[in-house]
Ligand binder design. Sequence first.
Ligand SMILES: [Zn+2]
Length: 576
Amino acid sequence: MADRTFLSSAGRLAAGLTITMTLGAAGACGAGGAPLGEVEKGRGQADLVLTGGAILTMDPEHPTASALAVRGPRIVAVGNPADVQAWLGPKTRVIELRGRGVTPGLTDTHAHLSGLGGALESVSLRGATSAEEAAARAREAAAKLPAGEWLQGRGWDQNLWPDKKFPARETLDRAVGDRPAALERIDGHALWVSSKALALAGIDRSTDDPKGGKIVRDAGGHPTGVLIDAATQLVESVIPAPSADVRVRRILAAAGAAVAAGLTCVHEMGIDDATVDVYRNLADEDRLPVRVYAFASGTPAVAETLRKRVAEVDRDGTQKFVLRGVKLYADGALGSRGARLLAPYSDDPKNQGLWVTTPEDLRRAAEAAVEAGWQPAIHAIGDAGVRAVLDAFEAARAAHPKADLRMRVEHAQVVAPEDLARFARLGVIASMQPTHATSDMPWAEARVGPERVRGAYAWQTLVKSGAHVAFGSDFPVEEVSPLLGLYAAVTRQDAHGQPAGGWYPDERVSFEQALRGFTVEAAYAAFAERQRGMVKEGMVADLTVFDHPLRGDASLLETAIDYTIVGGAVVFERKR
Ligand SMILES: [Zn+2]
């Protein structure tokens, strides 16, 4: 069931090539990785050779190498400079690495690429130290917009402000006047809006809280200008949708940022049909520099409709855009106390968080997705949210005992101790974001208390349990660079090396484990581990090249990306 083929457009049917490569690749996956039928060793020349570098292959049989050769989209030789000699020809591009580091192309397994595109065009409130400072940035950005046009922004975090309180619409009104403005909290789970935005959305004292959301109100019941989880939809649904041209512009800008950060693949979490169309067109026109493994934005109702749609399968690992999964939300986030907990918040004893989707609906949605051949990826941050998703996946697993499901819990930030072993047992992937831990560590323990925090961001426990742990960033919630994720994973420290020794350092992972999360496990999480995630003969030539050998220490923060190579094509080259 996980093996359906879907050729989304006539264009892709021109893939006699695809079939050839598929057979070749299948051969290459056998013991010893026999060379591909089409590119026999020593015959023909390589398109690209990298030589004289420090290559971390992630291939357990040959963990390091110093040279490799690429022909078409695939790696045809890995070894030392002598091993690639036979592949050199007059048309071969040779990159002398001069000791540079190389890894399999890094993948971000949880990101919002189209969201990043929007974020690049909206006002950043990241790091603002007060509501007034955030409003001042909004004022500046609004001044550049035509009158009446929506101002959008993102990144405020009241935890960084003196009073740690949610902001008020009046503060924003003073900055933007009568303009509609909608500013997302850093975690995307709360929206700070102007009075005009409330008015356009028809939200007033008489508006009920929607299911799964909350309209923050003052003592008199009047909306204060902050909307949480499902309530953000009330305003978001009245913001005019961007045109196709604007979407293309944003996605290309974001994709450019991704490859400049060394990413060769992004797992795009939850996109609407219009965005899917934009991606498909860009992929068909070969304008997408980065691979996008996408999840349709889902609700239980959407999950039901999946029975009528066919999930795509990228048989040879070279497709630029693949829509195979569906993304759902169990709960909210920890910062805005929307994450659903088994017991109340330690710093808000009357609050247990929210269900964005009820456990019963999650169960129904997971089953519907799996039944139709779609990979479910469900956001769950609180321990109750994670448990509900594991329960839903356990039921889906029981109904499809033989299928290769690779169901994913996105974030899995707070996990009850008794649930930690269930990931490995059920074959459920934990898709986690190391930089969330280092961003959240100043306040996470206040939210969940000293006991529950031990099951929070528990990467090492999950890895040791045998679970598949894939790593990403959740950009634009966090920065795009996967190097920051690698650094957070191995140190559990901020960029200043704080706290000394790391935050709950038992949950750090080794450099090799961290790199696995961004390569081998990331490929597994996309059903692509036979094609990508290692530097190995026969695999797709997705590679990241760094300015020096990659090491698992603070040097990660000072590492530059020199080349990003996707399917054998250099899609980013640092100007020097
Ligand atoms: Zn996300």
